[in-house]
Design a protein around this ligand. Structure first.
Ligand code: SF4
Ligand code: SF4
Length: 362
């Protein structure tokens, strides 16, 4: 059977992911292939599980500083860029930021961001603006709509009475755009939390009936993460809720072998255990995280892991510094209880398959 270029691109990506995982296991850093860039911390949401909207909004980097940062050769290997927030679509010059990234990162193939759909009309205009400037060989602009429940539950979690309706309107508009533009990817992001555990099956049914991609993320309580949240009654799971989450995750993880390893880990962490992977995730090897003031971090779940500031020191020097290597080693002590699955890599998956499924590794 003749294989398509898409097949070869996937093989390429998996191979690179295996390589990154292998190198990470040995503590060896190479240029990152993904970048998460906080374009703004401003947010028009009022979410239960996040304190970003309560914090006083800092000034965001201006377009000239962004251009300077993206001109660093460290980012010329970037294939995937995630525009992070706050609410990224609040940035008036979002299209301009994407233009800079496309100009500077020649290997860039995918750009993504999540949106809370609060101001969905201006957000749609920005999405259209970005689609217009994507080069022909660009793969996907991935837009993830936050949906933490159906109707009242979503409105309660997001703290606004109209946000579910806006999410539905935005979804319909994006589906229309998709009909004429295959570069637009649309998915649903749901943060599993006490307020929506009883609706997980319904949310999943909704996603499936709309034939959408999805990500179920897990509440991370940590004042040092970008959520800056702390444990409170509304964010504390009961044992019966954890049992429901366990059953739900087991049911949906059966769909993809890629998910199984992480699902097992995350279920264990819900029950208070540490993740089974000894190396932690490959975040600090494959992905660079740059904040809206130029601060560079090893990952977004530990703000004590600051490597430097990209306005003060060149990114390449920051990334390959002794300090960065020390933090890469040290962060493993933190990874054990972090419910993030953002460091998924095929090296761990292949080892998992060989060990658990085929019995070849001890
Ligand atoms: S979770 Fe996202 S949308 Fe909600 S307040 Fe925080 S940054 Fe804003
Ligand atoms: S597991 Fe969590 S703390 Fe560790 S590197 Fe990944 S995101 Fe950061």
């Amino acid at each position: 059977m003749l294989k398509t270029p898409v097949f070869y691109k996937r093989v390429n990506r998996v191979t690179r992911s295996i390589y990154k995982g292998f190198m990470a296991g040995r503590g060896i850093a190479s240029k990152p292939n993904a970048c998460i860039f906080t374009v703004t911390k401003k947010c028009n949401g009022k979410c239960l599980m996040c304190n970003v909207w309560k914090d006083k909004a800092e000034d965001d980097l201006g377009i000239k500083d962004i251009e300077k940062i993206f001109s660093d050769p460290l980012l010329d290997s970037i294939e995937s860029l995630h525009l992070y927030g706050g609410e990224p679509t609040l940035r008036k010059d979002l299209v301009g930021i994407v233009k800079i990234a496309l100009k500077k990162c020649k290997k860039l193939k995918t750009i993504g961001f999540s949106t809370n759909c609060v101001a969905y009309k201006p957000a749609l205009e920005k999405i259209k603006g970005i689609l217009e400037i994507l080069p022909q060989d660009f793969e996907k602009l991935n837009v993830r709509l936050s949906l933490d429940g159906l109707e009242g539950v979503h409105n309660k979690v997001r703290g606004l009475p109209f946000v579910f309706d806006n999410a539905m309107l935005m979804l319909e508009e994006l589906k229309k755009i998709q009909k004429s533009n295959s570069k637009l990817g649309v998915s649903i992001g749901c943060v599993i939390q006490p307020a929506n555990v009883h609706q997980l099956d319904k949310i999943y049914e909704f996603i499936k009936s709309n034939k959408l991609e999805y990500a179920f993320n897990h509440l991370i309580i940590n004042p040092s993460s970008f959520f800056s949240n702390t444990k409170n009654k509304e964010l504390t799971f009961t044992d019966s809720q954890i049992k429901k989450i366990t059953a739900f995750l087991k049911r949906i993880s059966g769909e993809q072998i890629y998910e199984e390893l992480y699902t097992n880990d995350i279920i264990n962490m819900y029950w208070g255990k540490r993740r089974s992977k000894s190396r932690g995730c490959v975040f600090g090897y494959s992905t660079i995280f740059i904040e809206n003031n130029g601060d560079v971090f090893m990952c977004m779940n530990n703000k004590s892991a600051k490597l430097g500031n990209a306005l003060e020191t060149d990114l390449s020097r920051i990334w390959f510094s002794k300090k960065a290597d020390a933090i890469r080693k040290d962060i493993k002590s933190y990874c054990g209880t972090c419910r993030s699955d953002c460091g998924k890599n095929w090296y761990d998956i292949v080892r998992y398959i060989l060990k658990k499924k085929i019995g070849l590794l001890k």
